[in-house]
Design a binder for this molecule. Structure first.
Ligand code: GLU
Length: 289
């Protein structure tokens, strides 16, 4: 009898436990979905208590979202496996600033399309990936001060009849990358041209070389890297937008924004910023930077 009673009791508590677990699981889901939903205000709610600096110190490394396919900013060498560029050196400088050691950084590949969701769902601490500061993007992330000034331009095969944005018409196919400002801008500035969108810059450049389009459009800084990669291609015309780059931080994490800005200022004061600029771009930075 006694055992039977106890069995009954434990059955009941099992039922309660089960209900409790179901309720908990439900809560978990509610919290997880907004963070993985880029562009919703839910992402902002989820980041209210975010303290990226504390998380970095606890794990002992900075996790930076960078490009792997963009020469001069973030490019992975397929043989050595090393990722190098201006943005990579910025990530190292941040590890030095926060942890006192520039090697304490883990790089994670992002594309123009994946970078904001990856930041919002917590997979990376910061985006350092040729990202333009725009009003639209400010609704989803916070930005550091400008650390590089680029502008959109066009890349063509040498000898192409395209000489600038004014050459684009209904017969022109323009290649660009998903999630970039370049796509939005070109659709606005050359509304008749056909636009083909690719996942990343490697794919877009390969498509240009394969004759799948007449021109590739993105920032002059990125096109410069492509010209260095293959001198059969050149940039034409003037830049037709302003693309100020910022490092993106989860919304509401002011301490992280302040730390990154402090680092930038220190790098400018010490001359380290100018050195980096010259190392990657081959010239000294325009005085406004
Ligand atoms: N700077 C532009 C952007 O943020 C183009 C470069 C890129 O796709 O990262 O969209």
């Amino acid at each position: 009898m006694k055992t039977k009673k106890r069995f009954k009791g434990s059955k009941l508590s099992l039922l309660f436990m089960l209900m409790f677990v179901i309720v908990l699981a439900g809560c978990g889901n509610d919290e997880a979905s907004p963070a993985s939903n880029s562009g919703t205000s839910g992402g902002q709610e989820a980041s209210e208590n975010i303290d990226t600096i504390a998380a970095i110190k606890e794990r002992g490394k900075v996790i930076a979202g960078v490009k792997y396919d963009t020469r001069l900013f973030g490019l992975k060498d397929p043989i050595s496996g090393n990722v190098e560029g201006f943005d990579i050196d910025m990530a190292k400088a941040l590890a030095k600033k926060i942890l006192g050691d520039e090697t304490k950084v883990e790089l994670k590949e992002v594309t123009s399309k994946t970078r904001t969701p990856l930041l919002q769902n917590g997979e990376i601490d910061i985006i350092i990936a040729t990202m333009t500061i725009t009003e639209d993007r400010k609704k989803e992330v916070d930005f550091s001060d400008v650390y590089f000034n680029a502008g959109q331009s066009l890349l063509v095969a040498k000898g192409s009849p395209i000489t600038g944005i004014e050459s684009l018409n209904a017969d022109t196919t323009v290649l660009a990358v998903k999630g970039s400002t370049s796509v939005t801008n070109i659709k606005e500035k050359a509304p008749d041209a056909k636009v083909l969108e690719f996942e990343n810059y490697q794919e877009a450049f390969t498509a240009l070389k394969a004759g799948k389009g007449d021109t590739l459009t993105t920032d002059n800084s990125i096109l410069l890297g492509m010209m260095q990669d293959d001198p059969n291609y050149e940039m034409v015309g003037d830049i037709f937008t302003d693309e100020p780059y910022g490092m993106a931080i989860r919304k509401g994490d002011q301490q992280m924004v302040d730390t990154v800005n402090e680092m930038l200022q220190e790098m400018k004061d010490s001359g380290e910023y100018d050195e980096l600029y010259e190392k990657w771009l081959g010239t000294s930075p325009p005085s406004a930077e």
